[in-house]
Design a protein around this ligand. Structure first.
Ligand code: UD1
Ligand code: CA
Length: 506
């Protein structure tokens, strides 16, 4: 079954969105990692239209800038002061070639769950039926304020009547009084024959309950011309749902997430708790990867196969290799190699690159740090602006002091080098391959391959200090007891014993 390619898709996005009560234009609100308009553009691209136009008006500059960013090939068309979906569509057509023929799809910028597959199906039905207008409809118990699908005695689409107009007929008690009770509604998503659409829009007026130029009036005009018009019911109601306020934004965000998570499970991902797992639309995950509860996988993240993510992790715009494990971690714009392990309680900031089999352990923060294959940063470390060679080991509590208050500086730790615990590497620092840094050192310069750098105060032990300066305390008593039982080794190699330099003060 081949999918026909429509001549154009026009996305209507000029409406105001007052009910969002937001300084952000409605269609720029986000669910699933994309703007509402981004979802509409993505679905439209699926059918590979020759032209794609977005009609804008309210908060034009922001919306147009967003279109340029997410789909630079799309045309931005401006709606003038004439209100209504019909005028919006006309302005969209005006931005496209005058002699455009074939199928034109019309969708909306605030209907984020509509899929490209549905648009392909709409195009196919429209062209197979030789229809001039095909609209997607849906049936619900109460069609609320949607336009009603009015069918004739043969069950064929006759016209769409807007809710406000249907209500007026109910009040007038005329032959259209029943229309308000119709449960089939117009989703506002259509396929049109381009020539019919252009000609009919030229005839549409603004005499209706809202004083708007209704796109839906095209249906009646086409039918009066003897053309076929079709209402094609769509079973999946959520695909026609629009966002008008922040409650609907959250509701559709949750439904979208559920759909994305289910798709990943069908593709072989193990999701322990779909209810607490959030996966954005542009994420890809390999088979048999396990997603544990409380995990968000966001942005353009790619995860390999047989990895483990979570519990309680947020991974955005990251690349995670096969069999890697990421536990209780926040990671942004990071690359985690195959078989590497991260967490628990790690914070990977942009520019972190962890090599294969590498480790970033508990309470470690990294930023702009390339950590080589098999290298380990296991505990309690800040590692910023660093290059760490393969197989190196960074001891607990090491701080890469990368910032001098004005500028950031880089640190290099060579292959298979070893930095002892609680060291401070005051960048710029360059530690060669196969070098050691003694625990507790403050390193400010180069360490050559094969050297150990020791940069700390030497230990000195002062005899009798506790007895003189802490007499009468439990500490002094414990010391005396130990001395009395001969528990003292004065041959210690790591320290020297000296006289009390503070003796004269006591
Ligand atoms: C329209 C349909 C109605 C259908 C409903 C589905 C008409 C006359 N009515 O209702 O039958 O049930 O959609 O949601 O078409 N827009 C513009 N410019 C405008 C007005 C609207 O671009 O001047 C855009 C909006 O941004 C929105 C879409 O068109 O994306 C629909 O507008 P909205 O006001 O929600 O729809 P209605 O006209 O009430
Ligand atoms: Ca309206």
């Amino acid at each position: 079954m081949t999918t026909p390619q429509p001549a154009a898709v026009i996305i209507l996005a000029a409406g105001q969105g007052t009910r969002m009560k937001s300084s952000i234009p409605k269609v720029l609100h986000r669910i699933g990692g994309r703007s509402l308009l981004g979802h509409a553009l993505y679905a439209a691209r699926h059918v590979a239209p020759r032209h794609l136009a977005v009609v804008v008006r309210h908060e034009r500059e922001q919306v147009a800038a967003h279109v340029a960013e997410v789909d630079p090939r799309a045309t931005v068309a401006d709606q003038d002061e004439v209100p209504g979906t019909g005028r919006a569509c006309e302005c969209g057509l005006l931005a496209l070639p005058e002699d455009l023929t074939g199928t034109v799809l019309v969708t909306m910028g605030d209907v984020p769950l509509l899929t490209g597959q549905t648009l392909a199906e709409l195009t196919r039905v429209h062209e197979e039926r030789g229809s001039a207008v095909t609209l997607l409809s849906a049936v619900v118990p109460d069609a609320g304020s949607y336009g009603r699908v009015v069918r004739d005695a043969d069950g064929e689409l006759a016209e769409i009547m807007e809710f406000k107009d249907a209500k007026a007929h109910r009040e007038a008690g005329d032959e259209y009084a029943h229309v308000v009770d119709i449960t089939e509604y117009n989703s506002g998503i259509y396929a049109f024959d381009a020539e019919v659409l252009r000609r009919a829009l030229g005839q549409v007026g603004q005499t209706n309950a809202q004083g708007e130029k209704y796109l839906t009036d095209v249906i009646k005009i086409a039918r009066e011309e003897g053309r076929t018009v079709v209402a094609h019911p769509l079973a999946d109601l959520m695909q026609t749902e629009g966002v008008n306020d922040k409650v609907q934004l959250a509701t559709l965000g949750k439904v979208l997430n559920r759909r994305l998570v289910e798709q990943h499970m069908r593709d072989g991902v193990i999701v322990v708790d779909p209810d607490t797992t959030w996966i954005d639309a542009d994420v890809s995950i390999g088979p048999d990867t396990v997603i544990r509860p409380g995990t968000q996988i966001l942005g353009a993240t790619t995860i390999g196969a047989e990895a483990t993510i979570g519990p309680d992790s947020t991974v955005s715009d990251c690349e995670v290799g096969d069999r890697a494990s990421v536990v209780r971690t926040q990671a942004e714009h990071a690359r985690i190699g195959a078989d590497a392990s991260v967490g628990p309680f790690s914070y990977l900031r942009p520019g972190t690159v962890l090599g294969e089999r590498g480790k970033i352990g508990g309470f470690v923060e990294t930023k702009n740090a390339q950590i080589g294959a098999g290298a380990k940063v296991p505990h309690l470390t800040y590692c910023g602006d660093a290059t760490i060679g393969e197989g190196a080991n960074i001891g607990a509590g090491t701080i890469f002091a990368n910032y001098d208050g004005v500028a950031k500086h880089h640190t290099t730790v060579g292959r298979h080098s070893f930095v002892g615990s609680d060291s401070v590497l005051v960048a710029p620092v360059d530690i060669g391959d196969g070098a050691y840094v003694a625990a507790g050192s403050t390193i400010e310069g180069r360490v050559e391959p094969g050297q150990i750098a020791v940069a700390r105060g030497r230990q000195r032990n002062v005899d009798g200090w506790v007895a003189r300066r802490r007499a009468g305390t439990p500490t002094a008593a414990a010391a005396q007891e130990a001395i009395d039982r001969g528990d003292r080794d004065t041959s210690s190699r790591t320290s020297r014993t000296e006289d009390d330099p503070t003796a004269q003060e006591g």
